[in-house]
Design a protein around this ligand. Structure first.
Ligand SMILES: C[S@@+](CC[C@H](N)C(=O)[O-])C[C@H]1O[C@@H](n2cnc3c(N)ncnc32)[C@H](O)[C@@H]1O
Length: 288
């Protein structure tokens, strides 16, 4: 299964169509869905796309065959600023992980994967999940589960996480089974997996996803041309809150908020792509 781009029509509708030879920056290339759809709709535009996951380059190369000479891919985190002289007409960040990453059995991002339990988007970067968990106290884990997972059973889960040993880390499936047994949980088919919030919180923390977003919000608006737009799709309330606050303070500094209320997917989109369920889109425009 590929990745279905979320809120694609809405994104396409906000790309400034009066700009003929525009410049696009997509800092979350993923499968290139949004990126190439924008280049296709605007044949004279050129673009740059980034991803911290080095595997993204292969997907982008495959999808980009019809766009040779119009784009470049850079393996990089979006916390790192664009080149000082580069200014864009449209900047996009579609946060979180792609379905490619979630469905990739080598990554251990899904509950029953045979791959080692490792929440990194780039396994060559930073400590593994096992090393990372070893550095955290039960109190640290409790804070993470509350803050990033809004998990009510944070105490029991933190204690169980500290009991994971090398054998459990060797496969996500073993870790999941161990935690389910330790916490006396069961999973009814068709309902949210009881460890969803836990794994989400760990992924956010291991990848420093909120720190990445904070840094991005400080540099991205300055890299818009006059009339240029910055669009951010977020998938949980902590991210959306950060985007909302940053945009509100920019509205005193020559930026116009184009989405007073965050845009969300239609019912039809949610039915077709349940992963779009929690998406929120906010957009600002540079006025001066
Ligand atoms: C939801 S997917 C993007 C999907 C893409 N918009 C599409 O339509 O195919 C998010 C992508 O952002 C990447 N990503 C997440 N955090 C990142 C960061 N801090 N810096 C760069 N890329 C990041 C992930 O590796 C993933 O490939």
């Amino acid at each position: 299964m590929g990745h279905v781009s979320v809120l694609l029509d809405e994104i396409l509708g906000f790309v400034p169509s009066s700009v003929k030879e525009g410049g696009l920056l997509d800092v979350t290339a993923g499968g290139g869905g949004h990126f190439f759809a924008i280049l296709k709709a605007h044949p004279l535009w050129k673009g740059e796309c980034w991803d911290r996951d080095p595997d993204a380059v292969l997907r982008i190369q495959q999808k980009g065959v019809d766009f040779e000479g119009r784009y470049q891919f850079v393996a990089k985190e979006f916390s790192k600023e664009a080149a000082p002289e580069s200014k864009f007409d449209f900047i996009l960040a579609d946060l979180g992980i792609s379905s490619f990453q979630l469905d990739d059995p080598r990554r251990g991002l899904s509950f029953y994967s045979e791959a080692p339990l490792d929440f990194r988007m780039n396994v060559g970067e930073g400590p593994s999940a096992q090393e990372w968990l070893a550095q955290k106290s039960i109190k640290d884990l409790e804070d993470i589960l509350i803050k990033f997972g809004e998990e009510k059973s944070y105490r029991r889960i933190s204690e169980a996480l500290k009991k994971l040993g090398p054998d459990e880390f060797s496969s996500a499936q073993k870790a999941t089974s161990f935690l389910m047994k330790e916490l006396r949980l069961s999973h009814k088919q068709g309902t949210l997996h009881p460890l969803t919030r836990t794994y989400q919180a760990l992924r956010i923390a291991v990848n420093d996803e909120l720190g990445e977003l904070q840094s991005f919000l400080t540099w991205a608006p300055r890299h818009l041309k006059k009339g240029g737009r910055l669009a951010i799709i977020s998938f949980h309330s902590l991210e959306d809150r950060k985007v909302k606050r940053a945009f509100e303070s920019l509205s005193d500094e020559g930026f116009n908020i184009l989405t007073t209320k965050a845009l969300t997917p239609t019912e039809e989109e949610v039915i077709q792509n349940p992963r779009s369920r929690s998406a929120k889109l906010r957009i600002i425009e540079r006025m001066i």
